[in-house]
Write a protein that binds this ligand. Structure first.
Ligand SMILES: NC(=O)c1ccc[n+]([C@@H]2O[C@H](COP(=O)([O-])OP(=O)(O)OC[C@H]3O[C@@H](n4cnc5c(N)ncnc54)[C@H](OP(=O)(O)O)[C@@H]3O)[C@@H](O)[C@H]2O)c1
Length: 287
């Protein structure tokens, strides 16, 4: 391979912050950035688990610190950015990954405003705040600029049977935020992109759902065109591409890493109903 191509994906010396890096997708994203040479500050609420992620990052040669933070606590989230700038000198990459979904399976009208608020607060508002705090820093550092990645979901763009309306709405909001901030900062050297995974296993959020509902798991696999669930390691290439020079002219884009799910709303593997209708398999039908 020509060395110039390797250079294009190189993140050596860059400082990244990943929220929700104690489990699942956040760990996969941290591994991707670490493999590309970045220094990665990892945060979530559970110290022991982010310690493990930081150890993994250091094994790839980068610097890493594990600093706990409930990112819905605004002063604490802001203090985390200050600490990174004090100790690392700048912030090049922010990955807004922390999030959760509603597992109550309650229909929208049966759910509570309290529940809606808690989902929107983490999945949308904390992401908005992360973008705000990162952009402030990225605009003032020298040289200015950076990359923001918002972790969305296929559910930001599609409906589902999961009865998780607040999650769908929050992720659609994240997609809108990604677009508008990309536009606002396009001339300031800050690129803003999203990654939208489909159903991923190896994460606390979805493993709990699938363990409780094995039939749903089988059904989800069947409906994924590529015939399997995603795994956190499937995101390593996407995050490195979007954060590195390889993606330098890409902004405002949400990249679907979904085994083909959004190409047709997740119904690809189900035989079309009309196939079972009498006569439809007859090559002379309709002639
Ligand atoms: N798994 C999927 O199929 C899937 C699909 C599409 C999109 N996503 C998105 O991917 C992201 C990661 O989810 P995941 O599937 O990897 O689930 P996960 O394993 O449950 O990870 C969620 C992460 O968010 C952290 N977190 C939760 N509340 C927090 C808070 N208030 N402050 C700071 N950190 C908090 C959790 O750590 P602590 O509990 O230690 O704080 C954990 O590290 C989410 O945005 C999710 O919506 C997941």
């Amino acid at each position: 391979m020509d060395p110039s191509l390797t250079t294009l994906f190189d993140l050596t010396g860059k400082t990244a912050l990943i929220t929700g890096a104690s489990s699942g997708i956040g760990v996969g994203l941290a591994r991707g950035l670490a493999k590309a040479g970045a220094n990665v500050v990892v945060t979530a609420r559970r110290q022991e688990m982010i310690d493990q992620t930081a150890t993994m990052v250091r094994e790839f040669g980068g610097r890493s610190d594990a600093w706990t933070c409930d990112i819905t606590d605004e002063p604490r989230f802001e203090a985390l950015f200050d600490r990174i700038v004090t100790e690392y000198g700048r912030l090049d990459i922010l990955v807004n990954n922390a999030g959760f979904t509603d597992r109550t399976a309650l229909r929208h009208d049966q759910n509570s405003m309290k529940r809606f608020r808690s989902i929107v607060e983490l999945d949308l508002l904390a992401t908005m705040n992360g973008c705000r705090l990162a952009a402030r820093q990225m605009l003032q550092q020298q040289p200015a600029g950076g990359v923001i990645i918002n972790i969305s979901s296929i559910l930001g763009a599609t409906a589902s049977e999961f009865r998780a309306s607040a999650y769908h709405a929050a992720k659609a909001g994240v997609d809108g935020l990604t677009r508008v901030l990309a536009y606002e900062y396009a001339r300031e050297g800050i690129r803003v992109n999203g990654i939208a995974p489909s159903y991923f296993e190896g994460t606390e959020m979805m493993d709990k759902v699938f363990d409780a509902a094995p039939v749903t798991k089988a059904h989800t696999i069947e409906r994924t065109p590529m015939g399997r669930l995603g795994r956190p390691e499937d995101l390593e290439g996407a995050i490195v591409f979007l954060c590195s020079d390889a993606g330098r002219f890409v902004t405002g884009h949400t990249l679907y890493v979904d085994g083909g799910w959004t190409t047709g709303g997740g119904f690809h593997q189900k035989p079309a109903l009309w196939e079972s209708e009498l006569g439809r398999q007859d090559p002379n039908w309709g002639k």
